[in-house]
Design a protein around this ligand. Structure first.
Ligand SMILES: *Cc1c(COP(=O)(O)O)cnc(C)c1O
Length: 398
């Protein structure tokens, strides 16, 4: 057998059923057939990357309503390049000097409740460019005055994050954030890495919007940068500077374009119905005392409803995190959504599953709950669970 045709088995990697959504740490999403074919089609050939990115600009402009765009290595790279471009403009001297920022506007503003971590802290992703990050307001309370007071001659850009990771209250609405920033001639960069809405942020007046190509779009690993023409050009030129270490290849570029094309033709309503049906199936299946089920609409308004499984640890005999841990020990392993697990629940995301996998997930959850009720699952406190996860991570490569 050729090792590289069934690479997961050949390398002895465990099979994972992904009921957690688009997690970068699990390989993000199932790449769409269109993206796989596009990558296969271009990999054996040479192309002018600038020409390919010219095509990308047209595609991205068409899909987002922006003036221009390009494909970056990932959304995080798009954010770093966005901040870099805001500082340097198209000046080759400044691009070559980064991350030294002498002589440039070098401050970027971000609301405290937007300081997310997607596997790395956004604050550092912004700072990689050399920019100084200035945090405005407090985690749950940011006022327009905080923003107005921070905007200055030295502000290169203001960053707005749209994400379920953000504090969902007490932040300045995007429309007001843009109005106040533009009043001081400061461009706004929106991190919309895992948002479905490809046009809304540009339509709101954002100067630059960054998406992940490998999350809901189902492309290969890449990011999409869309925005005002001159701004996009400045970001693009920074690939000849600090952006070199975040290089996207021809396969990532065509993968992203094919994903955008497939997205246009996708039966969004049909897929929504299928996903809702999976949640309904789980609601009918998972019927046990001490377990409460609640449909959980996406907090940023993406058209996806997850299932929240709320575990009464006293009645069940173990906590939500213990069930999540046991599910990862199954064969195949089942990954559920664990942000919020310390609040007593985990969530099931229907978007990266087949119907069979959804049913298997429901079965395994029932078996795990029943085992817990019979006292066969070790109950841990949250601190122990959390520490064990981090310890396991830091053991790599052992
Ligand atoms: C996933 C994510 C990122 C990073 O995206 P990559 O394409 O994996 O670099 C950035 N911001 C937010 C809000 C995210 O959810």
């Amino acid at each position: 057998m050729n090792t590289w045709t069934d690479v997961r088995t050949a390398l002895g990697l465990k099979q994972i059923i992904n009921a957690s959504g688009t997690m970068t740490s699990l390989g993000a999403s199932r790449a769409s057939n269109a993206s796989i074919e596009a990558a296969t089609g271009i990999l054996p050939f040479f192309v002018s990357i600038d020409d390919l990115q010219r095509c990308a600009s047209k595609y991205i402009a068409g899909a987002t309503g922006a003036e221009a765009g390009f494909v970056s290595a990932c959304a995080a790279a798009g954010l770093t390049l966005g901040v870099a471009g805001a500082m340097t403009g198209c000046d080759p001297g400044a691009i070559g000097r980064l991350p030294k920022t002498n002589g440039l506007r070098s401050e970027v503003l971000i609301q405290a409740g937007h300081l997310v971590d997607y596997g790395a802290p956004i604050e550092q992703t912004l700072r990689v460019s050399g920019a100084d990050v200035r945090i405005i307001g407090s985690a749950t309370e940011v006022s327009e005055h905080n923003l107005e007071a921070a905007l200055s001659e030295n502000t290169a850009a203001a960053i707005y994050v749209v994400s379920h990771h953000c504090v969902q209250r007490g932040q300045i609405p995007l429309i007001d954030f843009i109005r106040l920033s533009h009043a001081k001639k400061v461009p706004v960069i929106v991190d919309a890495a895992s948002e479905y809405d490809l046009r809304g942020f540009i339509a709101c007046g954002a100067d630059l919007v960054v998406y992940s190509a490998h999350k809901f779009l189902g492309g290969l690993t890449a990011g999409l940068v869309a925005g005002r023409g001159e701004f996009v050009r400045a970001c693009y030129f920074n690939q000849m500077g600090i952006g070199r270490a975040m290089k996207v290849g021809k396969e990532g570029i065509v993968g992203a374009l094919a994903a955008l094309d497939a997205w246009k033709r996708r039966d969004h309503e049909g897929i929504r119905r299928t996903e809702d049906q999976r949640v309904k199936t789980w609601m009918e299946m998972i019927d046990r005392p001490g377990v409460h089920l609640q449909p959980s609409p996406d907090p940023t308004g993406n058209p996806i409803t997850r299932l929240r499984v709320i575990v009464d640890a006293t009645a069940v005999g173990c906590a939500a995190w213990d069930i999540a841990r046991e599910l990862m020990k199954c064969e195949p392993a089942i990954a559920v959504r664990t942000d919020g697990v310390d609040l007593g629940f985990f969530e099931l995301d229907p978007c990266n599953l087949s119907d069979d996998e959804a049913v298997l997930t429901g079965d395994r959850i029932l078996e795990t709950i029943d085992a817990a009720r019979m006292g066969r699952i070790k109950e841990t406190d949250y601190g122990t669970w959390h520490r064990q996860r981090i310890d396991a991570q830091y053991m790599w490569p052992n």
